[in-house]
Design a protein around this ligand. Sequence first.
Ligand SMILES: Nc1ncnc2c1ncn2[C@@H]1O[C@H](COP(=O)(O)OP(=O)(O)OP(=O)(O)O)[C@@H](O)[C@H]1O
Ligand SMILES: [Mg+2]
Length: 243
Amino acid sequence: MARKSRKKKQESILFAHQQPKSAIAEAFRTLRTNISFSTYSGAKKAILVTSPSPDDGKSTVCANLGVVMAQAQSRVLLVDCDLRKPTIHKFFELDNRLGLTNLLAQNRPLDDVVYATRVDGLYVIPSGPIPPNPSELLGTAQMGDLIKGLRGAYDVVLMDAPPVIAVTDAVLLAPQADSVLLVLKAGTTRIEVAQEARNALQNSGAKSIGVVLNVIKANGGGYYNYYYSYYGDRNDQNQTLTT
Ligand SMILES: Nc1ncnc2c1ncn2[C@@H]1O[C@H](COP(=O)(O)OP(=O)(O)OP(=O)(O)O)[C@@H](O)[C@H]1O
Ligand SMILES: [Mg+2]
């Protein structure tokens, strides 16, 4: 049984939940559709969301993708695997005293750390207290086993990760997921940095499910939008399907 959130304040970055008719919510639904077109089913189970650098919008994409997937009647678990700068609990106004680090370091029961959210079908495991050794915790066989177990209990497991270039955490996590979604920030992420991140992920054995180009300014409008380029289930394919 999932825990209930104790706090009642409204989320602010959950566009897909709060503004379901907005262009940005529609863009997330398109992202969901494009992911569902992925031809090998395993890719859709445990998806790691990361990006080359800090502040590219990983957590925002991860959380909103979780919302639209849950809205499509999937049972979705969002795991905050950013043990350095966790934010998922803030988006959903959840307590962060118990979370992933308690599972990994203290063997707490799963029920203690899974929170229901106000989005039906969407559950969250927050990071828990920030540990001194994030990489060591995330790189353990225990973490791999945990993700395997969660895959069986949910339709989709979304893992929010730290940036690829700065620390090794995302590269350690990537092979434990079925696929990786790479977020790039429009007008900011340099091509060499994107390539470096992609290469680091590929070398770790990660399977890429595609790229999200984040913070696209809509023509003439004041809002931001998202685009998703799907370039195949295999890292060596290069077809592009842009929304
Ligand atoms: N498409 C968007 N439109 C407007 N603001 C955005 C968008 N995406 C992200 N932001 C804002 O950019 C900031 C960084 O977003 P977010 O926390 O999701 O990035 P991150 O990549 O997870 O950062 P970190 O590297 O610290 O984990 C936040 O203030 C968020 O609200
Ligand atoms: Mg983040």
